[in-house]
Design a protein around this ligand. Structure first.
Ligand code: XIL
Length: 371
C-alpha cells in the first residue's frame, strides 16, 4: 500500500513538471541582480580612479567588476612605462596599454597615461645607448611623440615627467648619488639632455596631442618642502616661458603616521599654482616598518580610515573645484598593491581587501566624498 502511494506521488510530480515545461507562457525565473548603488564614483564630486594592472584585469572578474562599479578613471600602472611599451629601439609594444584603453572606451572611463619620462623603468638597451646629444634628443622626442600619438583621442591626460627632483634638497636628479648600490637614483635624461629636458618633454607631448592634459607627477611633497618648492619654481618658470603644463600629480604614497600638516601644506601650495591638482597614486601603509608581527587590528583600520577621510576633506576644502582632477588609488585590492608585490611589505594599504570586500577605510573615504 505504502509503495503504491509513493508511486502515485512520483507520477503526480513528473506530470506536474511536464506541464510546467510545456507551458511556454510561464515566466522564466530571473535571478535577482544586485546593483551596488553606493559607489565611489557615484558619490564623488570629481573623478575617482585606480591604477590598473593589465594581467589582473584580464583574468580576475572580481577585480574587473569592482572597477566597473567603483571608479570612473583609470591609470595605466605599468603597461606604457618605457620598458614595457618600447622594449627595444625599433619596437613599440602597445598591447597592454591598448587593452586598458579599450576597457576605458567600452566602459566610459577616463584614461590617464603613466608615464612618458622617468629615471626608472628604462630598458637596458636605453640605459646602454651610445649616441651623441642629438641622437639622445631624437630618441626622447620619438618615444614621447609615438606613445602620445598612439593614444591620441583615447588618453585624456599624461604624466609627462615623473619624479625628476630629489627629496632632500629639491635639486634635479642628474648623477647617481650612491654608485655601487646597484640603483641609479640619478637620471639619464638630465645627464644626456641637460636640465631643460622637462620643458622639452612637455612641448613634444603637446605637439603630439594638443588636447591632452599634461602633468608633472611626484612623490613626497607632503614631507619635503624642498621638493615642493622646486616644483613650484618649475611651474612659475614654465608659465613665464609658455611651456604647456596642465597639472601636478601628488602621488601620496603615505602611511598612517604621515603628518597631517605636511599634507595640508603641500595641497595648499600646489593648488596656488592654479593648475589641475591630482592625487595620483594614493595608498596608505599601516605597517611602514614592515614588522612581521603586525596584524591589521581594529586600531590600525581606524587610523587608516581617518587618514583616507582626512585627505579627501583637505582636497575638497583646499583645491578649487575647477582644479580638482580627482583622486586615484594605486591599484584596487590590498593584494594588488605594489607595497605587497614590489616593496614586499606585509601591509593593507588600499580601500578593498584581498577579496575586494570594502574595508573600513572605503566607507570613511566614501563618506568624506559625500559630506
Ligand atoms: C610601481 C608599480 O606599482 C610596480 O608594479 C612596478 O613594478 C614599479 O613601479 N611611483 C610611481 C609608479 O610613479 O610608477 C610606481 O609604480 C610606484 C611609485
Amino acid at each position: 500500500m505504502k509503495y503504491t502511494a509513493l508511486v502515485l506521488v512520483l507520477v503526480i510530480l513528473v506530470a506536474a513538471n511536464a506541464c510546467k515545461k510545456t507551458n511556454s507562457t510561464a515566466p522564466v525565473p530571473v535571478p535577482p541582480v544586485v546593483i551596488d548603488t553606493e559607489t565611489l564614483q557615484g558619490d564623488a564630486p570629481f573623478k575617482i580612479g585606480a591604477a590598473i594592472d593589465v594581467y589582473r584585469l584580464q583574468i580576475d572578474l572580481m577585480y574587473k567588476n569592482t572597477l566597473l562599479a567603483q571608479q570612473n578613471s583609470i591609470t595605466i600602472e605599468n603597461a606604457v612605462k618605457w620598458q614595457s611599451v618600447h622594449p627595444s629601439e625599433n619596437i613599440f609594444d602597445f598591447s597592454g596599454g591598448d587593452y586598458i584603453a579599450d576597457f576605458c572606451k567600452n566602459n566610459n572611463k577616463r584614461l590617464h597615461g603613466h608615464c612618458l619620462i622617468w629615471y626608472q623603468a628604462n630598458p637596458d638597451w636605453l640605459n646602454n645607448y651610445n649616441g651623441d646629444s642629438l641622437a639622445w634628443e631624437h630618441l626622447f622626442k620619438t618615444h614621447i611623440q609615438s606613445v602620445v600619438a598612439h593614444y591620441r583621442g583615447k588618453a585624456t591626460s599624461w604624466d609627462v615627467v615623473n619624479e625628476a627632483f630629489r627629496d632632500d634638497d629639491g635639486s634635479l636628479r642628474v648623477q647617481d648619488k650612491y654608485p655601487g648600490d646597484n640603483f641609479d637614483d640619478g637620471c639619464i635624461w638630465a645627464r644626456h639632455l641637460g636640465s631643460d629636458y622637462i620643458a622639452r618633454a612637455f612641448e613634444y607631448a603637446h605637439e603630439a596631442d594638443p588636447n591632452a592634459l599634461l602633468f608633472y607627477n611626484e612623490y613626497g611633497q607632503e614631507w619635503s618642502d624642498a621638493k615642493t618648492n622646486a616644483i613650484i619654481n618649475m611651474v612659475t618658470d614654465f608659465k613665464a616661458r609658455g611651456i604647456p603644463i596642465s597639472g601636478l600629480g601628488l602621488q601620496m604614497h603615505i602611511d598612517i603616521n604621515t603628518s597631517n600638516e605636511g599634507i595640508t601644506k603641500a595641497i595648499q601650495k600646489l593648488a596656488a599654482t592654479g593648475l589641475q591638482i591630482y592625487i595620483s597614486e594614493l595608498d596608505i601603509s599601516v605597517n611602514p616598518a614592515n614588522d612581521q608581527s603586525v596584524s591589521f587590528t581594529t586600531d590600525l583600520q581606524k587610523k587608516q580610515a581617518d587618514k583616507y577621510a582626512f585627505i579627501v576633506h583637505q582636497y575638497k576644502a583646499l583645491v578649487p573645484s575647477a582644479q580638482q582632477y580627482g583622486i586615484t588609488t594605486w591599484n584596487v585590492g590590498d593584494k594588488d598593491s605594489w607595497i605587497r608585490t614590489y616593496i614586499m611589505h606585509k601591509d593593507w594599504p588600499l580601500l578593498f581587501d584581498d577579496n575586494y570586500a570594502k574595508k573600513t577605510c572605503y566607507f570613511s573615504f566614501r563618506d568624506a566624498l559625500k559630506n
